[in-house]
Design a binder for this molecule. Structure first.
Ligand SMILES: C[S@@+](CC[C@H](N)C(=O)[O-])C[C@H]1O[C@@H](n2cnc3c(N)ncnc32)[C@H](O)[C@@H]1O
Length: 293
């Protein structure tokens, strides 16, 4: 049975992933986005008694939490701290060269989002950080306090698909002439002063997402990782990707189309209404899968 109560991040579409990845005993699985370990826990459970899992995350806190969550399966998994953009190199250290299933559950975990000290959330006041990996040199603080108006506008427009990109960039540049922008709340207030709330969506949602994508090079990393993931699959092995916004999903969709492999999600899989009601984070999730020929 899944020990849901141990999980600090509710995994999205777990049953759908297990089915799509065709998880079975004795299989070798790779979770490239370990997070709180929810999907990995389900993979280990469904591949019992002898399936093996390799889990990767670039956030040392995620690795530590997942280690704890998966502890009952000790001996059946290896966890690696690293960026999935370097997937082949990371995997070469495990002695495993091919997998039956590979999963990417992109974006942030609730553990990261809800920790004010990580600076990802406009709802929790904290330092402007937003780094998934604490060794990345650039923080949100440096970006909003030093980048030019054009560069800021480009980030909000291209990575946040924010129609008020210019206005937001201008407001930031004006504000910092008087005072350094030092907290998530301060930045969220600057944005809220010029962008109207859209339904339940906070006015700073898109701008915060854009900064996070930029700081963590999320789109570049995804592009690099997908090619490597495909070459790490056994024939008939399955690659599953959950994305949370259109830029990510477009990369996955195009990669799948151009791969020449068999696409096993004729139409994209979305969470049930019930799951969305229980986990708001799931509302934008899209699951795609392919099978290597
Ligand atoms: C949505 S969470 C995964 C949640 C996980 N499936 C679970 O059930 O708890 C995404 C995770 O991927 C990690 N991540 C994002 N980009 C990464 C990258 N380039 N390399 C390694 N890990 C990455 C994040 O640090 C985060 O912990």
């Amino acid at each position: 049975m899944l020990l849901e109560s141990k999980l600090l991040h509710k995994p999205v579409m777990v049953e759908e992933v297990i089915k799509l990845m065709d998880v079975k005993p004795g299989g070798f699985y790779l979770d490239c986005t370990l997070g709180g370990g929810g999907h990995s826990l389900a993979i280990l459970e469904h591949s019992s008694p002898d399936g093996y899992l390799v889990g990767i995350d670039r956030d040392p806190i995620a690795i530590a939490k997942a280690e704890e969550v998966l502890s009952q399966y000790k001996g059946r998994f290896t966890l690696i701290l690293g960026n999935f953009a370097y997937l082949s190199e990371l995997i070469s250290k495990t002695g495993i060269d091919r997998f039956d299933g590979i999963l990417f559950d992109l974006g942030l975990s609730s553990i990261q989002l809800e920790d004010p000290e990580r600076g990802f959330s406009f709802n929790r006041d904290g330092p402007l950080d937003m780094r998934m990996d604490p060794n990345i040199p650039l923080t949100a603080h440096q970006i909003v306090n030093t980048f030019s108006l054009d560069k800021l506008e480009g980030i909000f427009r291209d990575l946040g698909e924010e129609s008020f990109a210019h206005k937001i960039a201008k407001a930031i540049v004006e504000y910092r002439k008087k005072k350094e922008i030092s907290s998530t709340k301060e930045l969220a207030e600057i944005i809220s002063s010029i962008v109207k709330r859209r339904g339940r969506i906070h006015p700073a949602t898109k701008a915060f997402m854009a900064l996070r994508i930029f700081i963590n090079s999320e789109l570049e990393n995804l592009k690099k990782a997908l090619t490597q993931a495909l070459s790490l699959l056994k024939p008939k092995g399955r690659l599953c990707v959950i994305s949370y916004h259109s830029l990510e999903d477009r990369i996955v969709k195009n990669f799948f189309r151009e791969s020449g492999e068999r696409i096993i999600t004729a139409s994209v899989i979305k969470p049930s209404r019930e799951e969305i009601l229980n986990n708001r984070r799931a509302r934008s999730a899209k699951l795609r899968g392919l099978e290597k020929l």
